[in-house]
Write a protein that binds this ligand. Structure first.
Ligand SMILES: [Zn+2]
Length: 479
C-alpha cells in the first residue's frame, strides 16, 4: 500500500504520516459554535475530516477524535439573554440539530463530542499554568495572553509580526484577519452577563483556550492531527499553539490540515448576498443528503470548492450512477463462470483508489478510480464478457469504496424523514398509487394485515392518505 502523505500547514509540505502512538491516531477538529444551524461551508470541513478518519481507519488505525462544541461566546450569551433562557437551553437546540445534520451526512460521530461549558475547570487549570509561567496579564478582571512572550508565535500562519504593538488587545470573540494581538484567555463578565465563579475570578473562557484545554485533556500534550477550515489557521490555531506549547513545553500538533473555502457560484457565501445555505436549506429545496455529501467530498480538501446548481446536479447523477451499478450487479443474471481479466481490473481499481487517498486525500483521483471501474464493468457486461462469479468481488470493491464515501447505500429517505422532510421523493403518479392500493386490498383479502398496514404507511410517508369507504372501497387524497 502507498505511504500516506498529508500536506502540513506548519511546513507547507506533504509529509509521510504515521501516528505517534502505535496503532492510534489522535486528532482534534474545531467544532461548530452552536448559536445557529451550521452552514454548508462548515460541513465541507466536517465531511473532509470524516473522509480522513474513515481512510485512516481503513488502514487499520484506531481513531481517537475530539470535536468541541463552542457553547459559550458573545453571540450565544446575547441571544440567550434576548430570549430569557439559559445559554444551556439556547445551545441545546443547536447541538441536537448539529447531531441530526451529522447523521444525515453520514458523518461518523467523533469519540469525544464535547461541550466547552463542561470543561471550565480544565480551562481554568491551563490558564493558571500560563499565569505561573508569566505569560499573561490582567486588565479589568480579564486575563490576556502576552504573545510577545512566545517567540514562535506566527509559525503556523506565517503572519508578519513586525507591526505588532506590544499590549494591543482584542476583546471580542470575532477576530480581524492578519492582526496579531494579545488575546483574552478569560473574560470578565459585563454587567448582567452570565459568568462562572472560579479560582481565577468570575468570568468565562475565551474561544481559543477551550480548544487547547479539551484537546490536551483527551489526547495528551501532542496530537497527531488537528483539522479545521483555513480561516481558523489565524488567529485561532496560532493562539492554540501559543497556549498549549507554552504550558507544556511540547509540540502541540504534528500535522495541521486545513480545508479550503467553499464558495457559491464563484462568490463568498454571505447572508447579505442571499447565497447563504444551511444543510436544511438545501434539503428543503429537494436535494438528497447523499448528493450534498458526495459534492462536499468530491473536491480535494485543499482546493476551493465552487458550489453551483450544476455541481449539485452532477453530484446527484454520480450517486445515482453508483447505486444503479450496484443494483445491476446484485440483480443481474450473467453467464456462469468467471473472467480472469476481471480480477486484475478490480485490483487496479482498488490500488488507484487507495493511492489517490494516500496522496493527501485526493478524493478526485479516488473517485475517478471508482468510475473507471464502473465504466469498464458496464462495458464488459454489455459485451457478454462479465460472468456470474465476477459479481461478488466487484460488489465487495464497491463496498470498500463506500466505507469511505458513504453514498452508495441508500439511507436518504429515512434520514430526510428524521429531519422532518416528508415529501422528499417525487410525487407518485395516480397509477402508482392505485397499484399500491390494489396490493393493499389483496394483502387484506389474505388477512396479511401487517403488509396492508405497511403499504398504508408507505403511502402516508409519500403524502397520500387513504380513506376506506362504506361500500368496502378505498378513496385516496393528497395531504
Ligand atoms: Zn478550535
Amino acid at each position: 500500500m502507498s505511504e500516506i502523505l498529508l500536506e502540513n500547514t506548519l511546513t507547507n509540505r506533504k509529509e509521510p504520516f504515521a501516528p505517534l502512538h502505535s496503532g492510534e491516531v489522535r486528532m482534534y477538529t474545531c467544532g461548530p459554535t452552536v448559536y445557529d444551524y451550521a452552514h454548508i461551508g462548515n460541513y465541507r470541513t466536517f465531511v473532509f475530516q470524516d473522509i480522513l478518519r474513515r481512510f485512516l481507519h481503513s488502514r487499520g488505525y484506531r481513531i481517537n477524535q475530539v470535536m468541541n462544541l463552542t457553547d459559550v461566546d458573545d453571540r450565544i450569551i446575547q441571544n440567550a439573554a434576548d430570549r430569557g433562557i439559559s445559554i444551556f437551553d439556547y445551545t441545546s437546540k443547536y447541538i441536537a440539530a448539529f447531531k441530526e445534520d451529522m447523521n444525515a451526512l453520514s458523518l461518523e460521530p467523533p469519540e469525544h463530542l464535547v461541550r466547552a461549558t463542561d470543561h471550565i475547570e480544565d480551562m481554568v487549570k491551563l490558564i493558571e499554568q500560563l499565569e505561573a509561567k508569566g505569560l499573561t496579564y490582567r486588565s479589568d478582571g480579564s486575563i490576556y495572553y502576552r504573545i510577545s512572550k512566545f517567540p514562535k508565535y506566527g509559525k503556523l500562519s506565517k503572519v508578519d509580526m513586525s507591526g505588532i504593538q506590544a499590549g494591543a488587545r482584542v476583546d471580542v470573540d470575532r477576530y480581524e484577519k492578519a492582526d496579531a494581538r494579545d488575546f483574552a484567555l478569560w473574560k470578565a463578565p459585563k454587567p448582567g452577563e452570565f459568568f462562572w465563579e472560579t479560582r481565577i475570578g468570575p468570568g468565562r473562557p475565551g474561544w481559543h483556550i477551550e480548544c487547547s484545554a479539551m484537546a490536551m485533556k483527551y489526547l495528551g500534550d501532542t496530537l497527531d492531527i488537528h483539522t479545521g477550515g483555513i480561516d481558523l489557521a489565524f488567529p485561532h490555531h496560532e493562539n492554540e499553539i501559543a497556549q498549549s506549547e507554552a504550558a507544556t513545553g511540547h509540540p502541540f500538533v504534528r500535522f495541521w490540515l486545513h480545508a479550503e473555502h467553499l464558495i457559491i457560484d464563484g462568490e463568498k457565501m454571505s447572508k447579505s448576498l442571499g447565497n447563504f445555505f444551511t444543510l436544511r436549506d438545501l434539503l428543503q429545496k429537494g436535494h438528497k443528503p447523499s448528493t450534498i455529501r458526495y459534492l462536499l467530498a468530491s473536491v480535494p480538501y485543499r482546493r476551493q470548492l465552487n458550489f453551483t446548481g450544476d455541481s449539485v446536479k452532477q453530484a446527484a447523477s454520480s450517486v445515482e450512477r453508483l447505486r444503479n451499478f450496484a443494483t445491476r450487479l446484485k440483480d443481474g443474471k450473467f453467464p456462469s463462470g468467471s473472467n480472469p481479466a476481471m480480477t486484475a481490473r478490480i485490483q487496479k481499481a482498488e490500488a488507484d483508489f487507495e493511492s489517490g487517498l494516500a496522496d493527501d486525500l485526493n478524493t478526485a483521483v479516488a473517485l475517478a478510480a471508482v468510475f473507471d471501474l464502473v465504466r469498464d464493468v458496464n462495458t464488459a457486461i454489455d459485451r457478454g464478457e462479465f460472468r456470474q462469479q465476477d459479481s461478488a468481488p466487484v460488489l465487495a470493491t464497491i463496498k470498500k469504496f463506500d466505507a469511505i464515501f458513504a453514498v452508495v447505500e441508500d439511507n436518504d429517505e429515512s434520514r430526510l424523514r428524521t429531519l422532518g422532510f416528508k415529501h422528499s421523493r417525487p410525487e407518485m403518479s395516480a397509477q402508482e398509487i392505485e397499484s399500491l392500493i390494489t396490493d393493499r386490498q389483496q394483502a387484506r383479502n389474505h388477512r396479511d394485515f401487517k403488509r396492508a398496514d405497511e403499504i398504508r404507511k408507505e403511502l402516508e410517508n409519500r403524502g397520500i392518505l387513504l380513506e376506506d369507504t362504506r361500500d368496502g372501497g378505498v378513496r385516496w387524497k393528497k395531504k
